[in-house]
Design a protein around this ligand. Structure first.
Ligand SMILES: Cc1ncc(COP(=O)(O)O)c(C=O)c1O
Length: 397
């Protein structure tokens, strides 16, 4: 070991003694060294009391998995490189050729696209159901149904479904079935704080950690949490075969966001409700969608099942405004920036054509819709921003 290059590489690593820092360390690895061949042969990659290879986990990713499982009220967690990859992981772990998956009509769009293109090419069918009608879900279930996705609420149109009723439909359909139907909840909106997805009947709870847990609008990650060890094992095997590891620096960014998660959620909730209530009194706005508003679809289910609400609301504008005028309204906002995602520090907005993304439910409005994601800015400044843009819109029409 005379060469410096060799001595630098083989220099023994000593964790700093007495360094009881508040933040967990960032442990990065592809390779993990085994003490001997016996250990290399016998260390089981699924056993999270030890380490085998970076793809199968590091102390940093295991710490994040444990914390997300705790937040969701589950027992096991796997991490994926984005929320969308967490959705596709659930699909790929539980669906096989000849199976069918049911999606709520207002589901997150790229998850629908995965079913429409990739799952279809693998011989897996999909159908949509009305998330506000448990009887429609019951009618859509066939012997081929294997997975039912749930989303509470839809992230653009904010209808809050009756989760206990929908999961009860799945449980009732499972009586006497050899391969039970699983229910998987996209819990990105609730973030594990607004309600407990397992207590409302879901078997699998996924989340885009990209949104609230990170909170910084600077990292992409997803999680899939389960209570049932067999479901976790299936997810873990598919996750391993797909090679879906997450980087330690990204895991650390999410870990840094967790201590402020509940405070951010509450602050954004309060600002969003204030703005949604104000918005529905403004000229040119015909409807505001937010589960806490009494006339918003699914309000009663939200009131019964949820403790809080996330940072999203949508406004439907009077049909006299053209799409170009609504686009100009979005362009004229100064604090609400144009961009995808939500739950970061910066408020965002985006116009949507809802009719184009509906399959089995009728969208009752003719005017354009804008979705707002409220950030951490002063609510007075945000209201003022909306006000100046609304005045300009009304003056133009
Ligand atoms: C409800 C919902 N689920 C999943 C995702 C996907 O998350 P990601 O952007 O990390 O892939 C999003 C992102 O917008 C979302 O809004």
């Amino acid at each position: 070991m005379s060469e410096l290059s060799t001595r630098l590489i083989h220099h023994p690593y000593r964790p700093p003694a007495g360094f009881d820092a508040v933040a967990p360390g960032v442990h990065k690895a592809s390779t993990v060294i085994f003490a001997n061949v016996q250990a290399l042969r016998t260390q089981e990659w699924k056993d999270k009391s030890g380490y085998t290879y970076g793809l199968h986990g590091t102390p940093t990713s295991f710490t994040l998995e444990e914390r997300i499982a705790t937040i969701e009220g589950g027992r096991f967690c796997v991490l994926a490189p984005s929320g969308l990859s967490a959705i596709s992981l659930v699909d790929m772990a539980f669906l096989r050729q000849g199976d069918e998956v049911l999606l709520p009509d207002n589901a997150y769009g790229p998850g629908k696209a995965f079913a429409q293109v990739e799952l279809k090419a693998w011989g897996i069918a999909h159908r949509y159901y009305d998330p506000l009608d448990p009887a429609d879900l019951a009618a859509k279930i066939t012997p081929a149904t294997r997975l039912v996705w749930l989303e509470a609420p839809g992230s653009i149109t904010l209808e809050f479904p009756d989760l206990p009723a929908l999961t009860a439909v799945v449980r009732a359909a499972n009586a006497g079935r050899a391969r039970p139907i699983l229910s998987a909840l996209d819990n990105t909106w609730g973030a594990g704080l607004a309600f407990n997805g397992f207590d409302l009947g879901a078997d699998v709870v996924m989340q885009a950690l990209t949104k609230y847990p990170s909170g910084g609008a600077d990292v992409l990650m997803g999680s899939v949490v389960t209570r049932d060890p067999d479901l976790h094992q299936q997810l873990l095997l598919t996750h391993m075969r797909l090679g879906l590891g997450v980087g330690a620096n990204d895991a650390e960014l999410v870990l840094r966001g967790l201590p402020s998660l509940a405070l951010r959620y509450a602050a954004q909730d309060a600002s969003t409700r204030a703005l949604a209530e104000w918005m529905q009194r403004q000229a040119g706005v015909v409807r505001v969608l937010h589960p806490a508003l009494p006339d918003s679809p699914g309000h009663a289910a939200w009131q019964r099942d949820a403790r809080a609400a996330a940072c999203l609301f949508s406004a439907v504008f009077d049909e006299r405004f053209t799409q170009a005028q609504i686009d100009a309204f979005c362009d004229s906002l100064r604090l609400f920036r144009l961009g995808w995602s939500w739950a970061g520090p910066i408020s965002l907005c985006a116009p949507y054509d809802v009719t184009a993304i509906r399959s089995v439910t009728r969208w009752p409005h003719r005017g354009g819709l804008v979705r707002f994601a409220v950030g951490l800015e002063s609510v007075d400044d945000l209201r003022e921003d909306l006000n100046q843009a609304l005045q300009a819109l009304n003056a133009r029409a």
